[in-house]
Design a protein around this ligand. Structure first.
Ligand SMILES: Nc1ncnc2c1ncn2[C@@H]1O[C@H](COP(=O)(O)OP(=O)(O)OP(=O)(O)O)[C@@H](O)[C@H]1O
Ligand SMILES: [Mg+2]
Length: 386
């Protein structure tokens, strides 16, 4: 064989080897469980494997040539510029935990490893991104955390209940004794309200702290009358805080509810709104019949809730009022409303011109406590806690 022929044979073998290696690499990429995505230095997608389609919903045809920003929720879009900056300087990003949006709009937790891609001259031309879906793990982590929080709450509840009950009873007795010495009608009316509110405090303490639940006490109630009572309680506080309170109570229905629980729900929401209006503003409360039930909506013109926090407000112990909040108000409210077969939703905006929060409680016309087997259910609950 001549030298030339040998040269060609070697070149041919090298080519075959590298094409085999390329095929092998392509097979690894395409069979990977993790999404492997290539992008250029402008964030334009250049390659997209099958796992990327499975995890993120888009096909390669839909993504190649498009900006990677499509996968980033709006509030995380600034991250991309920072990622590209690091890639340009040759830095690698390891196991970066963040959130991405799939084709159907769902937000998933992901772990990203992003490395610079170089051409054969060593010049950085883009990045390869390995994306792992860690939603399931995160969900398990969150529910474990929630379970731990609940266990801690149980222990804390027992302690608080124990500590609270004695002084509470003392105050109830003192107010009772004061009755005879107060002759001024306005004073007597303040005393009456104070006693009623205190009774509610003891009730709430026992109820939330798990000492007793409101068994079998659901009764036909006008939500207009119930909300009216709450308005009477909070009106003076609103007036002194510069909050203009408006309300409309348009309901004719009588729903079978646990009054104490629903009073607590509405009070929790109203108090949140009052806290959201430290410099005054407006608070609107509306009770309205809808086709299959009644809604109670509470709207305030406060600063509103950041998008990240909005998803968490119903979690136990989620609070932004670090010094004074415990973060159980909305958590307990949700349990109570859902216990009646209803639901509670919250919308909020921090827009400069239209900021504020709207909480809507829906209670069905036939609540859980009115259904034929409701009494069995109550009996079962009583047996469990006794
Ligand atoms: N009307 C509102 N305006 C602005 N933020 C609100 C409003 N309602 C609730 N939030 C936010 O939701 C969080 C959770 O509310 P939640 O009532 O569960 O707890 P909390 O008010 O902080 O404490 P607690 O009710 O136990 O005293 C609040 O800390 C606040 O960040
Ligand atoms: Mg609260």
């Amino acid at each position: 064989m001549t030298a030339k022929a040998r040269h060609w044979e070697r070149a041919w073998k090298d080519l075959r080897d590298s094409s085999e290696r390329l095929e092998e690499l392509a097979a690894i990429v395409s069979s990977s469980n993790d999404a492997i995505i290539g992008k250029d230095l402008n964030g334009i997608v250049t390659s997209w494997n099958q796992a990327a389609t499975r995890i993120l919903g888009y096909t390669a045809d839909e993504m190649i040539g498009q900006s990677i920003l499509r996968l980033l929720p709006e509030h995380l879009q600034p991250d991309e510029a920072e990622i590209l900056r690091k890639i340009r300087t040759g830095e690698r990003i390891d196991h970066f935990e963040t959130v991405r949006r799939t084709k159907n709009g769902e937000l998933i937790d992901v772990s990203l490893t992003i490395s610079p891609l170089r051409n054969q001259h060593g010049v950085i031309i883009g990045a390869s991104k390995i994306l792992r879906d860690i939603s399931a793990g995160k969900r398990a982590e969150r529910s474990l955390l929630q379970a731990e929080k609940m266990a801690a709450a149980g222990r804390m509840a027992a302690t608080i209940a124990h500590e609270i009950n004695n002084p509470l009873e003392a105050v109830v007795n003192l107010l009772y004794l004061l009755r005879d010495s107060v002759h001024d009608p306005q004073g007597a009316s303040y005393l009456k309200t104070a006693e009623a509110e205190l009774a509610r405090v003891s009730h709430i303490a026992r109820q939330t702290l798990g000492f007793y639940r409101e068994h079998g006490s659901a009764r036909k109630t006008s939500l207009a009358e119930l909300v009216r009572h709450i308005i009477d309680v909070y009106e003076p506080r609103c007036a002194s805080a510069g909050i203009s309170l408006e309300y409309s109570l348009n309901t004719r229905r009588q729903l079978t509810v646990r009054r104490g629980e629903i009073m607590q729900v509405v009070s929790n929401i109203v108090v949140n709104s009052i806290h959201a209006l430290p410099k005054g503003g407006s608070l609107g409360i509306a009770v309205q019949d809808v086709s299959d039930g009644v809604t109670i909506s509470i709207r305030d013109s406060g600063a509103g809730i950041a998008a990240d926090n909005l998803a968490r407000v119903f979690e136990a112990f989620f609070t932004t009022r670090a010094s004074i909040g415990t973060g159980i108000g909305l958590f307990v409210s949700k349990q109570f409303v859902e216990g009646h077969g209803g639901n509670i939703t919250i919308e909020s905006s921090q827009d400069k011109h239209r900021h504020g929060t709207l909480v809507t409680v829906f209670l069905p016309e036939i609540t859980t406590y009115e259904r034929p087997n409701a009494q069995d259910q109550e009996q079962r609950e009583a047996n469990v806690s006794s």
